[in-house]
Design a protein around this ligand. Structure first.
Ligand code: GAR
Length: 215
């Protein structure tokens, strides 16, 4: 039997992307085994989604720790008990310390609701509307020490509609995320996509640009 990539999912909130991953794994679409869902927020609805799916959960609150490093060390100690091959950040709203990123070097994925390198940080939907951009979307990328700047794997893009509000746009981008995150995580899990020498490699070739899908 093919060994599935043991995957830890880190969340802070609702976990709709987590649900999309749970559903895709449940359909047998991905070479992933979801070994733990971790949250820094004990009230995250995503923890209930995980329990319903029979996935182990863990929670450590950052406010119980004096600084980022000591919190991150506790998270590492917790996650490592599950021996994950891959970490998937799915709305995990914490900035990771350098030592956390180094510990899991090349094995952390994030999804960010913008067409990176445009709009790193928060409030992306409103910023796109304010700028009058034609296209918006979301990016799955490897996590490196620099926030929202690691090698990009896959982008899903859509056209901004005239008069659309940030809330309406956010919902459409979220629907795109539910397609691209399971797909990109599956690519990494199967070895189609790799992090090597600080770059993203697809089918053994170094990729200069992410794969782009229009919705
Ligand atoms: C997602 O839209 C994701 O792109 C965003 O949080 C949301 C989580 O939603 N992540 C970031 O903004 C990270 N900078 P979910 O809990 O419903 O999956």
């Amino acid at each position: 039997m093919v060994r599935r990539c043991k995957t830890a999912i880190l969340i802070s909130g609702s976990g709709t992307n987590l649900q999309a991953l749970i559903d895709a794994v449940g359909r047998g679409d991905l070479a992933l085994e979801l070994c733990v869902v971790f949250s820094n927020n004990p009230n995250a609805f995503g923890l209930e989604r995980a329990e319903k799916a029979g996935i182990p959960t863990a929670c450590i609150q950052h406010r119980d720790y004096p600084d980022r490093e000591s919190f991150d060390d506790a998270v590492i100690a917790e996650l490592d008990q599950f021996e994950p091959d891959l970490l998937v950040l799915a709305g995990f709203m914490r900035i990771l310390s350098n030592r956390f990123v180094k510990h899991y070097k090349g094995r952390i994925l994030n999804i960010h609701p913008a067409l990176l390198p445009n709009y790193p940080g928060l409030n992306t939907h409103q910023r796109v509307i304010d700028a009058g951009d034609e296209w918006h979307g979301s990016t799955v990328h490897f996590v490196t020490e620099k926030l929202d700047a690691g090698p990009r794997i896959l982008q899903g893009r859509l056209k901004v509609k005239p008069g659309e509000t940030a809330e309406q746009l956010a919902l459409r981008v979220q629907a795109v995320e539910h397609h691209i995150y399971p797909q990109a995580a599956g690519w990494v899990g199967s070895g189609k996509v790799e992090f090597r020498d600080g770059h993203c490699w697809v089918d053994g070739k170094q990729a200069q640009e992410p794969v782009v899908q229009s919705f």
